[in-house]
Each structure stands twice: as structure tokens, then as C-alpha cells.
Design a protein around this ligand. Structure first.
Ligand SMILES: [Fe+2]
Ligand SMILES: [Fe+2]
Length: 197
């Protein structure tokens, strides 16, 4: 069903994926630079990226997908059940993966070069899995949702997806946007706005 509410939900999901993809590409870009012998960035950028992912996709984006896209979809059809089960399992393991990533970064900060390879490999694996995850949501889940969800399903999803639910808002307003801007300003062009490397 193509309605205003459906278009709004799809636009929000795609926008959130674009922000997440920019951050993950930035993280992968920096580990590749270091792997090639380039200058390591201020490691604060990795911490900012991990914080962004843990505060936004993990706490806001995934729960909204589970509740307001996957659940109604499952109530209407079991045709994409295998895909939904896989994606939900990835949502559930997301936080643990980020903790692993964070720990690998901490080890790199303290132990230096000998601990870099593990951090590098975790970032590459994380990026591969996440890009595939978003690809399946955009090419399988959303098109199927357009076929089977009702107008009521979409309106409920639109209400929830468009709600302002910045989990850092108790720290200061627009905090996630500021964090995202900080990441973009440190990340070099063409991925971000910082000085080209
Ligand atoms: Fe997801
Ligand atoms: Fe998603």
C-alpha cells in the first residue's frame, strides 16, 4: 500500500540507514588508512562513532523496526519469516558486537600496534554485516511491507518513527545531531567534511 504514511516511514528508515552507513563507512575508512600505514586519527573519532551507533541505531532504530515494522508484517504474512528472524537476531546481538568493538578499540589505545589487527578485523566484519543487514531491510522487508501492511499499520509506524526519541536528549538538546556533525567534521571528504587525507 502506497500512502503518505508508508512513504514517510520508508523515508525515515532510509535516512537513518544513510546516517548509520556514513558512520560505519567512516570507521572502516580510518582502519583501512591505518592498515595501509597512514596516520591514525585521534582515536576520539572511533569512540564518537561507537557512541553514536550504540545510542541511536541500537536504542532507537532497531526497537522501532522490531515493533512497528517486523511485528505487523509477521501478523499479516509469514512469507519473509526467515529474513525477519535473521534481522531480529542481528538486532539482539548488536549491543554485544558494539561492546566487542569498543573493547578491541580500548586494547588498541592501550597496547598500540600489536592490538590493531583485531580491531581492524572487527570493524571490517561489523561493516560487512551491517551493510548486508540494511540491504535486506531495504530490498526485501520494505518492498514486502508495501504489499501487505494496512493503512492503519503504516499510520502507527509513522507516528512512532517520526517521534523525537533522541536518547541523549537528557544530556543536551539535539545531542545526536551534534555527535553526528562532530563525526562528519572529523571524517575526511568525500565521506565527511574534514580535510581530505
Ligand atoms: Fe535493522
Ligand atoms: Fe534498519
Amino acid at each position: 500500500m502506497d500512502t503518505i504514511a508508508a512513504a514517510q516511514v520508508i523515508r525515515i528508515v532510509q535516512h537513518e540507514h544513510q546516517c548509520l552507513a556514513a558512520v560505519i563507512k567512516g570507521m572502516r575508512h580510518f582502519v583501512r588508512i591505518i592498515a595501509e600505514g597512514g596516520k591514525a586519527p585521534d582515536l576520539k573519532v572511533f569512540r564518537a562513532m561507537i557512541l553514536y551507533i550504540s545510542e541511536y541505531p541500537e536504542q532507537v532504530h532497531h526497537p522501532k523496526e522490531d515493533k512497528f515494522l517486523f511485528a505487523p508484517l509477521r501478523a499479516r504474512s509469514n512469507e519473509v519469516e526467515i529474513t525477519l528472524t535473521t534481522l531480529e537476531a542481528q538486532h539482539q546481538t548488536g549491543e554485544q558486537q558494539l561492546r566487542d568493538l569498543s573493547h578491541a578499540l580500548l586494547r588498541y589505545e592501550f597496547f598500540g600496534e600489536p592490538a590493531f589487527r583485531k580491531f581492524h578485523d572487527k570493524v571490517e566484519a561489523y561493516a560487512d554485516q551491517y551493510f548486508e543487514h540494511m540491504r535486506q531491510e531495504e530490498t526485501i522487508v520494505l518492498p514486502f511491507a508495501q504489499k501487505v501492511l494496512t493503512e492503519q499499520d503504516w499510520q502507527r509506524a509513522a507516528l512512532e518513527f517520526s517521534a523525537n526519541s533522541d536518547p541523549l536528549s537528557d544530556i543536551h538538546s539535539d545531542s545526536l545531531e551534534k555527535l553526528f556533525s562532530l563525526i562528519c567534521s572529523i571524517t575526511p571528504a568525500p565521506l565527511g567534511l574534514g580535510e581530505p587525507v
